[in-house]
Design a binder for this molecule. Structure first.
Ligand SMILES: [Zn+2]
Length: 474
């Protein structure tokens, strides 16, 4: 039996904000290049202030990592590219507005020798929007890319530009260069790559629930001491990489057109989060880099007036600077607060998502979240981190009657989904246990009704899962 008393408890550096069980579709695409005089059009000026060093890759950053690795720049000045800012804000808006899983990349994930598209891992109701007449809140607001439309559907599936436009983040005069050492390893092709402590979607144990679906929207915990990356240092890591991070402030503008009040509220909240949490951004999040605070320092809304020549055009009519009262309906604080309330008014499953979001993005954060170092693995052999964490869960009072992970059990195959790589087995106590098919030791595929023997293990969330499965009766 593993002695868990004398080993530290590790926590993954990220966690998942649970999905809410469905999206309110459709939201409507606003006609492009058309002013809606009743809607909200204007501009925000935002200030991003780093809380831990920030690193954004330089352009064309592929292949061998140079030494030191430079921050993204234009005209030899460090900038945060507009596309990165948009991605960051959209990922928050997606959770705040319960949108589709649009920011999930469509890379292919290898499992059990099968190639599974990420699309298979997303529950049907959260699939990325593909049609202009069936959009989620965020695709309607931020736009969407074209996804292989058949000719007769070209119009409905055409890419959509969205109504929110970001400019690059420009470094303030207080911004300074801070060199941070990253542990590195040599890849199979001989080039150097940094150890970022980030898992891949192919690590099913970390990503999937018992239905084979993604656990939710992934966010990285903040932690204070990014310098503890030294724990990753190993003799076989040939040398360390130096990255040129930045600390200080950046300023960027966000232009928006034809937004409904709810859209402006969600956008303002996604930029200007409440006190006690911070955005997490850029490279090395798992190691504690990239904690940033964003505030909307200025906001202007435009009205549309007819000029003496009879031309209708926008003219600036409001401009408010923070800090100002969130009571004033035109202030940035009012809109951010309205966005926060919108999220809070959707019901219990939205509250659950929100609580998890607040927990993960808590700042300042005093706890450390990381994978164990080499030392831990040499002490704990033959047990995965997930199983280890599961054992610690199991030791909690009131769970003593449960079969302990590590126990060898028998069960009957209840369902099999070869194309998705999992099955369920009914255990003697009547509970269903999830079986990743890669855990089946026999060559033949599992069949319904077969009796199998397995070791009870747990996934990253401490839920039961079968390992080392063998068929005992056909
Ligand atoms: Zn969408």
């Amino acid at each position: 039996m593993l002695d868990t008393q004398h080993l530290p408890l590790y926590k993954n550096p990220y966690d998942f904000v649970p999905l809410e069980g469905g999206i309110n579709r459709p939201c409507h695409a606003h006609p492009q290049d058309t002013w809606d005089f009743q809607a909200r059009t204007g501009e925000m000026v935002c200030r991003l202030t780093t809380q831990s060093p920030l690193f954004i890759h330089a352009e064309g950053a592929q292949g061998e990592w140079q030494h030191p690795r430079q921050f993204f720049h234009r005209n030899s000045k460090p900038v945060i590219p507009a596309s990165s800012l948009k991605g960051l804000i959209r990922s928050v808006a997606e959770v705040a507005a319960n949108a589709c899983l649009g920011s999930l990349s469509e890379e292919y994930v290898g499992r059990t020798g099968l190639c599974l598209a990420t699309v298979d891992l997303v529950p049907p109701e959260y699939q990325t929007c593909a049609r202009q007449d069936d959009l989620c809140f965020c695709c309607a607001l931020f736009g969407m890319v074209e996804r292989g439309a058949a000719p007769e559907e070209k119009e409905k599936k055409a890419p959509l530009a969205g109504r929110v436009f970001f400019a690059d983040g420009e470094a303030g005069s207080d911004t300074r260069l801070v060199q941070v050492e990253m542990p590195a390893y040599r890849t199979r092709d001989g080039s150097l790559a940094p150890v970022t402590g980030q898992p891949r979607p192919s690590h099913g144990d970390f990503y999937l629930d018992t239905q084979g679906h993604i656990l939710g929207r992934k966010f990285y915990y903040h932690h204070q001491d990014y310098r503890t990356t030294r724990e990753f240092y190993r003799p076989d890591f040939p040398r360390n990489l130096v990255i040129e991070t930045r600390e200080g402030s950046f300023t960027f503008k966000v232009h928006f057109e034809n937004l409904s009040d709810d859209e402006l509220a969600i956008l303002a909240y996604s930029l200007h989060l409440e006190d006690g949490i911070a955005h997490h951004f850029g490279f090395g999040k798992a190691l504690g880099l990239g904690a940033v605070k964003i505030e909307i320092t200025e906001m202007s809304l435009w009205s549309f007036q007819t000029s003496p020549q009879g031309i209708v055009g926008p003219s600036r009519f409001l401009s408010y600077k923070l800090p100002d009262s969130s009571q004033r309906t035109e202030s940035p604080g009012y809109w951010a607060e309205k966005g926060r309330r919108l999220w809070g008014s959707r019901g219990p499953s939205a509250d659950q998502a929100r609580n998890k979001f607040l927990e993960i993005l808590k700042w300042p954060q005093t706890e450390n979240f990381k994978y164990p170092g080499r030392d831990w693995f040499s002490k704990v052999q033959g047990v995965t981190l997930a199983e280890y964490q599961g054992r610690v869960h199991q030791m909690a009072p009131g769970t003593a009657a449960q079969p302990q992970p590590g126990t060898r059990l028998r069960g009957t195959v209840k369902t099999v989904s070869p194309e998705r790589g999992f099955a369920f087995v009914t255990s003697p106590s009547g509970t269903d246990v999830y079986v990743p098919l890669r855990e089946v030791r026999d060559q033949e595929p599992l069949q319904l009704g077969q009796e199998v023997e397995f070791t009870l293990g747990t996934d990253a969330q401490g839920r039961h899962q079968a390992r080392a499965v063998v068929i005992v009766r056909r």
